[in-house]
Design a binder for this molecule. Structure first.
Ligand SMILES: NC(=O)c1ccc[n+]([C@@H]2O[C@H](COP(=O)([O-])OP(=O)(O)OC[C@H]3O[C@@H](n4cnc5c(N)ncnc54)[C@H](OP(=O)(O)O)[C@@H]3O)[C@@H](O)[C@H]2O)c1
Length: 350
């Protein structure tokens, strides 16, 4: 008997309301989705685990770079099993673990996607870690490898306890990049953490600059990675050496980035935005882009990369998962699991 005949009808999450003030529970609904036949180059995948990303929450509030019209199935990242492969798909076996890339609409028990949007994964890896690999580790990789860092230079980053921040720390350690980690509260510094940590509550930019100078001495600080926007952009800019660069890659503060004209005009500081989807879409990055996921898979295999998990929810509890993911001061990521997924909902690390 095939897997499909013994499982209940697959479910999908739909976003039905993206108005700014709608409570999380009213933004989404769950509905059954009957299985359809698949095309010759398509693959039916069973979702094991899906991450709830800030990007998903932004999109549900009409604040993201791509806005589907409602109703739409959300979900940018996850890990799946091959359930059924089309007649012209010769290289994937049923049961093969895969990462859907660029497919979207992943908050579902099952999806039908084109073969070319699937990256085969090793079967032995931790499925939750694999589910979190597409967005944040890739972002950290590109920020550190392709935004102009050069040997001998320091890098600053804020929200250092975020998932991107965890990856930046792990990759910087692996690549030998000297790094200063900035968080907004001292409790966010992991117990026994190595490296340089600063707490910045956003109130005293000059104090932050002085602490950075104390750590780096006279060495250049040319790159700062900003997950926040708002006043944090200016605080980072003020800590940079002349001609340094702030890369704004997140909008967690919800505020427009501030930047002082003095730093721009007299010190030649540059502020640039970064979006992973745009970077991958740029033809100039084609070769570098092909190298990202093989490198990350190898680093995950070596345990260089490891992201914290806060809680895993069943797809049916998506409203609670959203409310949880929107809370501050989490220890790690909130994930969803489908009917093909993992052991029962759990807290803590995997
Ligand atoms: N541009 C891209 O292509 C790209 C790709 C991936 C991610 N991102 C962005 O990167 C950012 C981080 O994503 P993630 O998944 O790593 O986040 P995450 O794991 O959910 O962590 C969120 C972090 O942000 C901190 N934070 C939230 N609001 C803050 C504020 N107002 N001031 C200071 N710190 C604040 C939290 O600190 P506490 O623990 O103290 O609450 C936590 O460390 C998001 O903005 C996301 O959209 C961008």
């Amino acid at each position: 008997m095939s897997t499909q005949t013994i499982l209940p009808a697959p479910r999908v999450v739909e976003v039905i309301d993206t108005a700014p003030d709608t409570p999380w529970a009213q933004r989404v609904r769950l509905r059954p989705e009957p299985r359809q036949p698949i095309g010759a180059q398509q693959v039916r995948i069973g979702m094991l685990a899906m991450t709830v990303l800030p990007a998903d929450l932004l999109q549900m509030q009409q604040r993201y770079g791509v806005q589907p019209s409602v109703p739409y199935v959300p979900g940018h990242e996850g890990v799946a099993l091959v359930l059924e492969a089309g007649a012209e798909v010769g290289d994937l076996q049923v049961g093969q673990r895969v990462m859907p890339l660029g497919a979207g609409g992943l908050w579902a028990d099952e999806r039908v996607v084109h073969r070319r949007s699937l990256l085969p994964l090793p079967a032995e890896g931790d499925a939750l870690q694999q589910a979190m690999l597409a967005a944040n580790p890739a972002t950290a990789w590109v920020l550190l490898k392709h935004m102009g860092w050069a040997p001998g230079q320091w890098v600053l980053h804020n929200a250092a306890n975020s998932a991107v921040g965890q990856c930046v720390r792990q990759l910087a350690g692996h690549l030998g990049i000297p790094l200063i980690n900035i968080v907004r509260r001292s409790q966010a510094i992991p117990e026994g953490a190595q490296g340089h940590w600063l707490v910045d509550d956003g109130l005293d930019a000059d104090a932050l600059r002085q602490q950075v100078v104390r750590i780096t001495g006279a060495q250049p600080v040319m790159l700062a990675l900003d997950a926040l926007g708002g006043t944090a952009t200016q605080s980072l800019a003020a800590c940079l050496s002349d001609a340094g660069r702030v890369i704004v890659y997140g909008l967690l503060s919800g505020q427009a980035s501030q930047i002082g004209a003095h730093d721009l005009v007299f010190r030649g500081v540059e502020v640039r935005g970064f979006w992973l989807a745009r970077w991958f879409g740029d033809a100039a990055n084609r070769q570098a882009g092909r190298e990202v996921y093989p490198a990350l898979l190898e680093l995950a295999r070596q345990d260089v990369l490891h992201m914290e998990v806060e809680q895993v929810y069943d797809l049916g509890d998506v409203a609670q998962a959203l409310a949880h993911a929107a809370l501050p001061h989490r220890r790690g990521k909130v994930l969803l699991r489908g009917i093909h997924g993992l052991a029962p909902a759990s807290s803590g690390t995997t």
